[in-house]
Design a protein around this ligand. Structure first.
Ligand SMILES: Nc1ncnc2c1ncn2[C@@H]1O[C@H](COP(=O)(O)OP(=O)(O)OP(=O)(O)O)[C@@H](O)[C@H]1O
Ligand SMILES: Nc1nc2c(ncn2[C@@H]2O[C@H](COP(=O)(O)O)[C@@H](O)[C@H]2O)c(=O)[nH]1
Length: 205
């Protein structure tokens, strides 16, 4: 059986560090491919259209919804965000490991469609640290930070729906945990379906 590829879904409250962790994972592991979402929020800092997001207008997003172009989409912090079918379906069909960095509402939509998706939730170590990460990042206006912190409690309560919860206190430790989850899912297929079968054959058992 060909390696079918895994779909990893990473969710977290804003500022918990999911983009930093996923970025670091992608730098270390070329077999994992990111999905680039569409959003109606404006770009911040150095963000580029087509790299962090496809930045689209509200009417453009509406059109994509009407055209059934999204696998999932949701209202998050007063904006809309969605994963297009185009962003993931080809890659999954070709057996790539794909990682989605999306909110919990989108994550649960994905789980209903892709029942084998591996669901990972990132938590910050404390409220104080969450606030100070958002402030230190320095890319959101104070009122945006307050909205994100207000929404964080409801978001974090969803972590029980996920397969894995990583506490991002020490970055390297959290990255180690994320890598371990990705590798363990890959090994399930590689060892059970192919290498193990080859070894059994060679051993005549
Ligand atoms: N373990 C950590 N210790 C200290 N700072 C961290 C840690 N992880 C991430 N950060 C910092 O916290 C800030 C928020 O991280 P990041 O942008 O990755 O969060 P996020 O969960 O992706 O947020 P959003 O959903 O708003 O995009 C960044 O400035 C990042 O460098
Ligand atoms: N349901 C979806 N949520 C998404 C998607 N892409 C990003 N997100 C989530 O939105 C918030 C805010 O992101 P930010 O870049 O504005 O800080 C965060 O929780 C993201 O994970 C998506 O395609 N679908």
């Amino acid at each position: 059986m060909d390696y079918p590829g895994n779909l990893f879904v990473v969710a977290a409250p804003s500022g918990a560090g999911k983009s930093s962790l996923v970025k670091a994972l992608l730098e270390l592991d070329s077999h994992v491919q990111p999905s680039v979402s569409h959003t109606t929020r404006p770009p911040r800092g150095q963000e580029k259209h087509g790299r962090e997001y496809f930045f689209v207008s509200e009417p453009e997003f509406d059109q994509m919804v009407l055209a059934d172009a999204f696998v999932e989409w949701a209202h998050v912090h007063g904006r809309r965000y969605g994963t297009s079918k185009k962003a993931i379906e080809d890659r999954i069909a070709h057996g790539a490991d794909v990682i989605l960095e999306i909110d919990w509402q989108g994550a649960l939509q994905i789980k209903r469609i892709f029942t084998n998706a591996v669901m990972i939730f990132i938590l910050p170590p404390s409220w104080d640290e969450l606030r100070s990460r958002l402030e230190r990042r320095g890319e959101d206006a104070p009122e945006v930070i307050e909205t994100r912190l207000r929404n964080a409690a409801a978001e974090m309560s969803q972590c029980k729906e996920f397969d894995f919860v990583i506490i991002n206190e020490l970055f390297e430790r959290a990255l180690f945990d994320l890598k371990a989850i990705v590798h363990s899912q890959r090994l399930k297929y590689v060892s059970q379906k192919r290498l193990r079968a080859d070894t059994f054959k060679a051993l005549g058992i």
